[in-house]
Every structure is written in C-alpha cells, then in structure tokens.
Design a protein. Structure first.
Length: 293
C-alpha cells in the first residue's frame, strides 16, 4: 500500500505492518499491558467515568449524539494509551486523532490512489504535473507524526513531574532504560491501539443506537433486564456484565449485524497458497468478505 503505508507513514502501525520482528514486538507490548481481562481491569474506572460524562452530554444536547460518541471513544482510548484526560469539548488531542484517522481512511481506500497500482509513481517529484498526491501525502504524514509524538511527549512530561497516571505508555516506560528502537515501538504501538479502536468503536456505537431505534421492543427488554438486576438508584458497571446476559448478547449481536469493516484491510499473500481448491499466487492482494463470514 504505497500511498497510505509508505508515503503517509501508516506502515509503522500494526494494521499495515508486515509480519515480522516489529509486528511481534508490537503484539508482545500490547499483550503485556492490555492482553487479558485481568490486565484491563485497571482501566475499568476510566471506561465508566468517561461513559458517565457521555451520558451527561447526551442529556444536555441529544442532537449532537454523533459528536458525543466520537469524543467519548477518543477520550477513553487516549486515557488508556497515554493517561491523558480529554477536555469536555474541543480537545486538541482528540481532534488531532480524529483528523489523522479521517486521513487514514482516505489514504488506504482501495483504488483511491494510482500509486497503489503503479508503485513506481512514488518516485515522481512532487513538482511534477499530476503529482499532487505527493504533496497531499506530505501534509498527511505531518499530521500522523504529530499524533505519534505529541501524546507520547505528554506522557514523558507527566512522568518527569511525577504525576503520570497508569497508562499503556507510562507502564512501558516506567523504570526502563529505553533506547531509540524501544521508543519507536512504544510510540507507534500506542498509536496503533488508538487507530484500531477509535473509529471502530464509534461505528459500533452508532450501529447500537440505530438498532435500538429500529427495534424498540428489544430496547425495552434490555432495559427491563437492567432494571431487574441493577435497579434504578445507580448506573450499571462492568462488574454487572456477567449478570446481564441479554444485554451482553445484544451488544455482541450489534457487531455481527452491522460489521464495522466489511472488507477489512487489504492483505498480501507472502507465498503461493491453495485455499479450497483455488490458487492464491504469492504477492496477491486479498480482500476478505467479513460480512459473509
């Protein structure tokens, strides 16, 4: 993926990283901090706190639901990855992340850039007629670098001041003698978590609200379960999930009913392979029909 991967720079994130040593290091870093239910429990209070803020914002201005959902998803992931508490409105880090992810979606859209089909075009100088994509890639690459560096530098400043909360990044830096390669892996794996979780979470929550609007009888049944288990004097917590089987199944059904990325990301076969009698030559681009699965 020449445009989004090489020219813009998303090749350094887990979603576009080829399988290899760096890919395995990213996975190992992520698994060590957030790879199990037990390790994620230390972030449960963040999810609940930001969800309460979300509900309050929805009550105050329900017509801005879409913005509230996007802000909340960004705020939760930013606190988990970098320990950064987003402002209630117009947060610079959340807005920067939203901008970068919008550019990512455009950069990796299949068939959107000729350079992905004719890779040699990446060497065309930016002043050459028709090479506007090079100038666009440079601009988007600068946005990506800001997203990688600014939250990371925030964590380092907070740690130096002795007030950094527990986060993915601070946990990997705490008490470690970090070299340049380690720092690169930590920064880009943290951004990979944000890139992989922000837009997908937003899409799923949008789908949930749509599903409840289209199926009010399902919403009433879920609400009845909450009322019977939780009562009406507090909000549900993650600890209640095991006692809410209908709501838990409903949440999972949203993922199946409206798949976030129905064709996933482009993959490339590293060698010839045969699947169900079909030859997939090495180097082929493979697009999976996730909705069918």
């Amino acid at each position: 993926m020449q445009f989004g991967g090489n020219l813009v720079g998303w090749k350094n994130t887990l979603v576009l990283l080829p399988y290899g040593d760096r890919f395995r290091r990213y996975r190992r870093l992520a698994h060590g901090i957030i790879g199990s239910h037990a390790s994620m429990k230390k972030f449960s209070h963040i999810e609940e706190l930001e969800t309460h803020k979300f509900l309050r914002r929805v009550m105050e201005s329900p017509t801005n639901l879409a913005n509230h959902v996007r802000h909340t998803a960004g705020a939760i992931i930013m606190r988990i990855t970098h320990g950064y508490e987003a402002l209630e409105r117009n947060d610079p880090f959340v807005e920067l992340a939203d901008k970068a992810l919008e550019q990512f979606s455009l950069a990796v859209a299949p068939g959107s850039h000729l350079v992905d089909v004719l890779p040699f075009l990446r060497y065309v100088p930016s002043w050459f007629p028709g090479a506007g994509f090079k100038r666009q890639a440079k601009e988007w690459a600068a946005t990506l670098v800001e997203l990688v560096d600014q939250p990371y530098n925030f964590v380092k400043r907070e740690m130096a001041a002795g007030r950094a909360p527990v986060s993915f990044t601070s946990s990997l830096l705490e008490g470690q003698n970090v070299n340049a390669e380690d720092e690169f892996d930590i920064k880009w794996s943290a951004v990979s978590l944000y890139a992989g979780g922000a837009d997908t979470t937003v899409s799923s929550i949008y789908s949930f609200f749509l599903a409840m609007t289209l199926n009010p009888e399902v919403m009433k049944k879920a609400q009845a379960e909450i009322d019977s288990v939780v009562g009406n004097d507090r909000l549900p917590t993650l600890e209640d999930r095991q006692h809410l089987p209908y709501l838990d199944a409903l949440t999972k059904e949203v993922f199946r009913w409206n798949v976030v990325a129905p064709i996933g990301m482009l993959h490339r076969s590293i060698k010839d392979d045969v699947h169900d009698g079909y030859l997939i030559p090495g180097g082929s681009l493979v697009i999976a029909n996730i909705r069918w699965v």
